[in-house]
Design a protein around this ligand. Structure first.
Ligand SMILES: C[S@@+](CC[C@H](N)C(=O)[O-])C[C@H]1O[C@@H](n2cnc3c(N)ncnc32)[C@H](O)[C@@H]1O
Ligand SMILES: [Zn+2]
Length: 261
């Protein structure tokens, strides 16, 4: 399994990763670090990596692990995730891809659809519990062999530069705790994509809704959230992308399609 994806992944130090003999881990040829491969998930975040990580990101990881089993049932309670999902799938139907990335894949709400249009998929999230559920869903549809699940921080994605031609990131970047982290995430996504690569992203929208009191807030369990105006979404991505479309889902979510310059 790891060998199928070996040409796509790389150690954060830039070294080559080779599967171990037992095929249950990869090891870096440069820094000798070993990343375990457990139950279909490549684990790259350890205590060492997390020492420098914003505590709010670690807090979110704990919360996502805790609520993973409930996630699919609650994702549409406060925002129209059904309408967002429809728009994302409509965009996906217009592309064909060799290598797709689902950045912040969670329990895999978009991963199956991505795996239908991409020959190989890298699905990345910090939450192991969410990745486990994602793996089970993919296995049910016989799609697991096309997807490498990677437990990693999206600000430290262990993939080769320019490896992807399509990135989906659904309801993720809004949870990064600072403007700097959100800007950095766009750099990381752009780094993973080759020129002309397509980005399909959804984010919480701030459309001045009178029933919403806060533009920036903390959900129960300590998850940071930021609501973007459409102009902010465009400004965020246009550092590295040409934004092709921005569509609103009832003023609560914005779905954008863009391509890397
Ligand atoms: C609202 S969920 C969205 C999950 C999925 N994309 C969907 O549409 O259902 C946000 C996901 O982003 C992940 N996430 C948030 N910050 C992250 C980070 N810094 N690195 C990796 N994953 C992160 C969370 O663990 C969570 O699974
Ligand atoms: Zn290394």
């Amino acid at each position: 399994m790891l060998a199928t994806f070996g040409d796509l992944i790389v150690c954060l130090c830039g070294g080559e990763l080779a599967p171990t003999v037992a095929d249950n881990a990869v090891q870096c040829g440069t820094c000798a670090k070993i990343f375990p491969y457990e139950n279909g998930i490549l684990i790259t975040c350890g205590d060492e990596e997390d020492r420098a990580t914003d505590v709010r990101i670690l807090e979110e990881q704990r919360q996502r692990d805790k609520q993973a089993r409930l996630y699919d049932a609650i994702v549409g309670v406060h925002v129209p995730s059904w309408s967002e999902g429809r728009l994302i799938r409509r965009h996906l139907r217009t592309v064909s891809s060799r290598v797709g990335l689902d950045v912040g894949c969670g329990t895999g709400r978009q991963t199956r659809a991505l795996a239908m249009v991409s020959q190989r998929v890298l699905a990345i999230d910090r939450s192991v519990q969410s990745l486990r559920l994602c793996h089970a869903k993919l296995a049910q549809r016989n799609l697991a062999s096309r997807v490498l699940l990677i437990q990693a921080d999206l600000l430290a994605i262990p993939v080769r530069s320019g490896v992807g031609d399509l990135v989906v990131t659904a309801q993720v970047l809004q949870h990064l705790p600072t403007a700097e982290a959100r800007a950095e995430s766009v750099e990381k996504i752009a780094h993973a994509l080759g020129p002309g690569g397509v980005l399909i992203a959804s984010l919480y929208e701030w459309s001045g809704q009178p029933w919403r009191r806060q533009k920036e807030l903390t959900h129960a369990g300590g998850i940071s959230a930021y609501r973007f105006t459409k102009a902010e979404v465009e400004a965020l991505f246009s550092t590295r992308f040409d934004v092709d479309s921005l569509e609103s889902c009832l003023g609560d979510l914005v779905v954008t399609k863009a391509h890397k310059r």
